[in-house]
Design a binder for this molecule. Structure first.
Ligand SMILES: *Cc1c(COP(=O)(O)O)cnc(C)c1O
Length: 424
């Protein structure tokens, strides 16, 4: 391999430039315009349930009566924004999060799921994962809520659950807990565009949904995101906040603090072209998953992170594996000599694999480090069962994007298997 193989490098489908050129020709080079409107429209369409519900039919109470979930057909509005992080921020505002509130958030996730809680002066309460989807453990969520109520006399204001690497969380169980306490759920589907849970598109499974179009995500606008809103009124309020909270006067009148979060029309033009490539991207990521799954099937020391059952349909944004701590990988004795250690880090055998592949020009990366082990999150209340730390110690993300060929995936898998000295 003499070219660099990255985890998920952005990939233009070919029609993006057509939209960008038209936007230039029409001088729509501002953070609003026809491409923003059109991009929102195609995204909204893509988030309608595509297929008859898979699996068991949903009960009446699950089927759209709940104010907290989109299951059974989401009919709300969608707002294109400058980033997924901005969408998390506005979702929290939409749930009424204020300074001093507590907000429950999955501990194993990218910091963007959680940092906006601090922007609002609120306090994250971190909840660990279950081992099947790697997302928030519903039973621990229940314990966290009841404990916080007992400790503070108040309910947490919102719950942020992520669909990591595209794998949907255990949404039925999450909602059962959240509804019992009457706490709204925000679905961080930044990594899960195109994934489905029981036939329902990820992004529409919470009261609010978050999508990201950063350069490394399933599609890109060079940087951008979207907020999936429960209804038109919520969308209008989010739009108001995203455009500096300007009151309807001919002059600039401000009665609230807003943000500058709207997506540029040029970025939206790229997004329109990307939406035309989305189904190809999805098929590619799922093909990569099939190959890695085949390559590692029945391997005693490597576990591919696949869909737990037919309710889950991951987009496999990044394909991930777990390496057994028993594995003896070439170079593991010295893996940390060069880069130094911290008090919570991947096992040396994982790091040895990462370094060897990097030397061959192949990018891999450990899993998201749990927030409760991040120095800046020290001091947050945390409900921990050991799962995310154990996953972080053992996990590795493998190249999965459109530039990774079938041969690349097989050769990466072969390299990893060959590095295991006790398996030769
Ligand atoms: C990428 C990502 C976001 C938001 O990212 P932006 O870069 O701000 O668009 C949020 N949550 C998770 C889990 C992500 O992976």
């Amino acid at each position: 391999m003499n070219r660099r193989i990255l985890l998920c490098l952005n990939h233009m489908g070919g029609t993006e430039i057509k939209y960008v050129e038209r936007a230039f020709a029409d001088n729509w080079v501002v953070p609003l315009g026809p491409d923003v409107d059109a991009f929102e429209e195609v995204l909204t369409k893509r988030l309608q349930p595509p297929s008859p519900l898979k699996g068991e039919p949903l009960s009446e109470s699950q089927h759209g009566n709940s104010p907290f979930r989109g299951l059974g057909g989401w009919e709300g509005g969608l707002l294109a924004l400058s980033s997924g992080t901005a969408a998390v921020h506005l979702a929290l505002e939409g749930c009424g999060v204020k300074a001093g509130d507590e907000v429950i958030v999955q501990s194993m996730t990218f910091c963007a799921s959680s940092n906006p809680i601090f922007y609002l002066g609120a306090k994250p309460v971190l909840v660990d994962s279950e081992a099947e989807t790697w997302n928030m453990d519903p039973r621990l969520l229940d314990l966290a809520i009841s404990t916080r109520i007992a400790a503070t006399g108040r309910k947490p204001r919102a719950i942020v659950v992520a669909d990591l690497y595209g794998m949907p969380a255990k949404w039925d169980e999450i909602h059962a807990v959240a509804e019992r306490y009457g706490i709204p759920v925000i679905e961080d589907a930044a990594e899960a565009l195109g994934s489905e849970y029981r036939g329902e598109p990820c992004g529409t499974l919470g009261r609010y949904g978050v999508l990201s179009f950063n350069g490394n995500k399933m599609i890109t606008t060079s940087g951008g995101g979207a907020l999936v809103c429960p209804d038109e009124e919520a969308r209008k309020h989010a739009l108001f906040l995203a455009t500096q909270a300007r009151e309807p006067y001919p002059y600039y009148q401000h009665e609230h603090i807003g943000y500058n979060y709207r997506l540029s029309n040029i970025s939206a033009a790229i997004g329109r072209g990307q939406m035309e490539a989305l189904e190809r991207h999805l098929a590619h990521h799922r093909l990569m998953a099939k190959i890695y799954q085949e390559e590692f099937a029945d391997h005693p020391l490597i576990t591919f992170h696949g869909n737990p059952n037919a309710d889950f349909d991951s987009n496999f944004w990044l394909n991930t594996i777990l390496i057994s701590p028993e594995a003896h990988v070439e170079g593991q004795e010295t893996a940390y000599d060069k880069i130094g250690t911290t008090d919570c880090q991947p096992n040396a055998n994982v790091e040895a694999i990462r370094q060897r592949l990097a030397a061959e020009g192949v990018e891999t990366r450990p899993l998201w480090k749990p927030l409760h082990r991040q120095p800046v999150y020290r001091g947050c209340a945390a409900y921990i069962n050991g799962t995310s730390e154990s996953l972080f110690a053992r996990g590795l993300c493998l190249p999965s994007g459109p530039y990774v060929t079938e041969d690349d995936a097989r050769s990466i898998a072969a390299t990893i298997k060959n590095l295991m000295k006790n398996e030769k």
